[in-house]
Every structure is written in C-alpha cells, then in structure tokens.
Design a protein around this ligand. Structure first.
Ligand code: SF4
Ligand code: SF4
Length: 110
C-alpha cells in the first residue's frame, strides 16, 4: 500500500518529503520525484510535508494514474536522501494543471 507522487510535483521539487522519509525511498528525476512502491513502508509522514500536495496514498483516487510512473522511474532515477534547494521557479508552477503533458521530463536528476 505505497504512497505515490503525482504530477503536482513537476517543476516544484521542494524535497521536504525526502527529509522525513525513514526508508529513503524517493528517486529524483530532472523536475520531479517519485516513490519506489516496493520500498515505501506506507508510514504516511511525507504526505503532509509536501507544499504542493503532490503525495497521495494509493487508496486515493488520484494515485492510480501515477502508480506506474512511480514504479517505472524509481527503477531508473537516482536515489535522493537529503533535502536540496527547490527549483528556482517552483512557486510559479505550484497548482498549475496538467503538468505531466506540459512539462514531464524522463531525464534523471542529479
Ligand atoms: S515535497 Fe512534494 S513537490 Fe516537493 S519533491 Fe516532494 S513530492 Fe515533490
Ligand atoms: S509513506 Fe513513508 S516510507 Fe513511504 S515515501 Fe512517504 S515517508 Fe517514505
């Protein structure tokens, strides 16, 4: 029953979530993070930390569309275990709709 990062994370990448995860199961793309579904222990502590409200439990209706993306890219992108600066224009993109179509990047972060 893992938690899932939705496309609300794209171009924000505040990374407050990373700091609190007890099992370090966040992975970093160029402009968003994902959660490894087999590593997440479903503790839920990251959910309220996200300023973009981009983290949902897989029981939430918004999760289904992003489950496969989290699984696929957590196997390809590097692990992120420490908070880092958000993207410079993060606040501008907070709450923007349909971010996946407009801005998703499959490139790894770093
Ligand atoms: S806190 Fe939210 S917006 Fe920031 S990286 Fe984590 S999931 Fe993405
Ligand atoms: S629910 Fe817990 S284990 Fe899963 S990603 Fe969030 S903080 Fe990490």
């Amino acid at each position: 029953m893992p938690y899932v990062v939705t496309d609300d994370c794209i171009r924000c990448k505040y990374t407050d979530c990373v700091e609190v995860c007890p099992v370090d199961c966040f992975y970093e793309g160029e402009n968003m993070l994902v959660i490894h579904p087999d590593e997440c222990i479903d503790c839920g502590v990251c959910e309220p930390e996200c300023p973009a409200e981009a983290i949902v439990p897989d029981t939430d209706g918004r999760a289904e569309a992003w489950m496969q993306l989290n699984r696929e890219y957590s196997a390809q992108w590097p692990n992120l275990t420490r908070k880092k600066d958000s993207l410079p224009d993060a606040d501008e993109y907070k709450g923007v709709g349909d971010k996946y179509t407009k801005f998703f990047s499959p490139k790894p972060g770093g």
